[in-house]
Design a protein around this ligand. Structure first.
Ligand code: ASP
Length: 348
């Protein structure tokens, strides 16, 4: 009798473990995915008006596959994203993921700066568990809103065992992207997110997840960066290069206390001559200067047309300038040693 009881107990335990639903947190930050407009055919709307409970209620199917918990981190258009929200978000993600009962996190976010936030989290998250950013190009009140299916797909990606250890991910329009690689390429199209240098690493079609590639650069548990104890991040400005340029913006950045400057250079990261001079002067004053490109893909090569060794400039590898800014900010929390920072740009 005793043996039968024990057997029944273990069978029940086994079945519950087998069919136990994963716990996924949805952390909402705002964006068009939480936006509302006047009519189904109006392109004008306000980002970040709908709360996390309503976002979850719009996709009841996710409750069938996971235990969903929601939290509101902020409710802003991502053009308003700032260091304070980043630090709050990163600390909360780390806290939740250290809890054994949490299996993954989905972060709803505006699309304008999603690539920066995702890359920031990719550098400072201390867990292998999936962290998935998701957004929408059409607000919830729009005809053919893309938010609900994107959320459904993001939850499936966050639950998938194959998402473990891949770093922070971005799910948009049926594609899975690595945080380091993805960028917004079109102002209004639904198919705007592309990993221009490498391609998307997987697909997710009505919840069916498939991976084809894995990120190779350092991230999450292999990253030496951390937000623990950080209350602010150093100022890093981006200066955009063009014909008939002036040194004014570089000089202003330095005057206003920038610790780093990323150049969105012409072609292979080239500055206008007077800008090159101003950047060299900035380096002399202790500012870390990283040359990137305004082109949108490819890497900025060391010493191609600019004498980086002579001026003390670093290069951004194939990070776009907004991601190079994120890495430089995070790097400057650890060191201002130029050789070490250049090494980070090779590794992350
Ligand atoms: N401006 C919006 C935002 O980034 C755009 C969007 O979410 O698609 O918050």
């Amino acid at each position: 009798m005793k043996i039968l009881k024990k057997l029944a107990f273990f069978m029940l335990l086994g079945t519950t473990m087998l069919f136990a639903k994963p716990t996924i947190y949805i952390l909402a930050t705002g964006g068009t995915i939480a936006g509302a407009g006047e009519s189904a055919l109006s392109g004008s709307y306000t980002s970040g008006t709908v709360t996390v409970d309503k976002l979850i209620a719009a996709v009841p199917q996710i409750n069938e596959i996971a235990t969903i918990k929601g939290e509101q981190i902020s409710n802003i258009g991502s053009q308003e994203m700032n260091n304070e929200v980043w630090l709050k978000l990163a600390n909360r993600v780390n806290e939740l993921l250290s809890d054994k009962s949490v299996d993954g996190i989905v972060i709803t976010h505006g699309t304008d700066t999603m690539e920066e936030s995702a890359y920031f989290l990719n550098l400072v998250t201390k867990s292998k568990k999936p962290v998935v950013f998701v957004g929408a190009m059409r607000s919830g009140t729009s005809m053919s809103a893309d938010g609900p299916l994107n959320i459904y797909n993001a939850v499936n990606v966050a639950m998938d065992k194959n998402s473990v250890g891949k770093g922070v991910l971005v799910v948009m329009n049926d594609k899975i992207h690595a945080a380091r690689e993805v960028t917004k390429t079109n102002t209004t199209a639904v198919d705007t997110f592309k990993s221009v240098n490498t391609g998307n690493i997987g697909t997710v079609n009505y919840g069916i997840v498939n991976y084809y590639l894995a990120p190779v650069k350092k991230h999450t548990v292999n990253s030496e960066f951390s937000v623990k104890g950080l209350e602010s991040l150093p100022r890093v400005d981006i200066v955009y290069g063009h014909t008939e340029d002036t040194p004014d913006f570089v000089e202003t950045a330095v005057k206003n206390g920038a610790k780093g400057i990323v150049l969105a250079g012409m072609g292979n990261g080239n500055p206008y001559p007077s800008v090159e001079k101003a950047l060299a002067e900035a380096v002399k004053q202790g500012v870390v200067v990283v040359r990137g490109s305004r082109v949108g893909s490819g890497s900025t090569s060391v010493g191609a047309e600019v004498d980086d060794a002579k001026y003390g400039f670093l290069t951004a590898d194939n990070l776009n300038v907004q991601k190079a800014r994120v890495l430089l900010m995070v790097a400057l929390t650890k060191t201002s040693d130029k050789d070490k920072i250049q090494k980070y740009f090779k590794e992350y």
